[in-house]
Design a protein. Structure first.
Length: 212
């Protein structure tokens, strides 16, 4: 492993990175896409924003809270949105969103779905809000969109399977194509790490480290 890649970054590449790469290989962004990432300050969303920008897409990075807004500015997306603010979706109604990478679900995921223009794609990979994005076949037909879950068997069927995704993700980090967002905690402070995760105070991938 190259010296410039830290062990926590490697952990993020092998874990979070392989999932992000699988999502991207199943539904890649294109230069003419307008991409909305509602969970952009999470470990997965952070990488999805970088990949969409590298593809030349217009990117709207969304998260909740002033600290996360500051983190997102580092990625230099085309727009930043706080989905905890009333009217956030309306402010981007004219953006012509074509692709949503949805890891939040719930009401936020639904608002993101409603921003999709006809022919848009909703790619779901989680629901940190506690519930999946609500929609039915009527939404798909009436809005002319496609929607699907990107994890599970579909990802395992990609070339090389899950191990292949992990290896390719680590290569991207080593080549500096991706910069993971990682928060580290000493192993002795694992309880604090869990509390910060639950309290939404941790950024990106949380990694426990030892002195040995």
């Amino acid at each position: 492993m190259p010296e410039h890649v830290t062990l926590p970054e490697a952990v993020a590449a092998v874990g979070t990175g392989r999932t992000a790469l699988g999502i991207l290989e199943l539904e890649p962004p294109a230069a003419d896409d307008v991409v909305l990432v509602p969970s952009a300050a999470g470990g997965l969303g952070w990488l999805l924003v970088q990949a969409a920008r590298a593809a030349g897409a217009t990117v709207i990075a969304a998260a909740h809270g002033a600290d996360r807004m500051a983190w997102l500015a580092e990625l230099e997306p085309d727009a930043i949105a706080d989905y905890g603010e009333p009217g956030w979706a309306g402010a981007h109604a004219g953006a012509g969103v074509t692709l949503v990478y949805d890891g939040v679900g719930g009401a936020v995921g639904r608002q993101a779905l409603e921003l999709l223009r006809p022919g848009g794609r909703l790619v779901m990979f989680g629901h940190s809000s506690g519930e999946p994005t609500p929609f039915d076949s009527g939404d798909v037909v009436a809005r002319g969109i496609t929607a699907g879950w990107s994890l599970g068997p579909r990802m395992a069927q990609l070339p090389g399977g899950i191990p292949g995704l992990a290896a390719r993700s680590l290569t991207k980090v080593a080549a500096r194509e991706w910069r993971p967002l990682v928060t580290t905690y000493p192993l002795a402070e694992a309880a604090r790490a869990h509390a910060d995760l639950e309290g939404r105070r941790a950024a990106g991938k949380v990694v426990l480290v030892t002195d040995g």
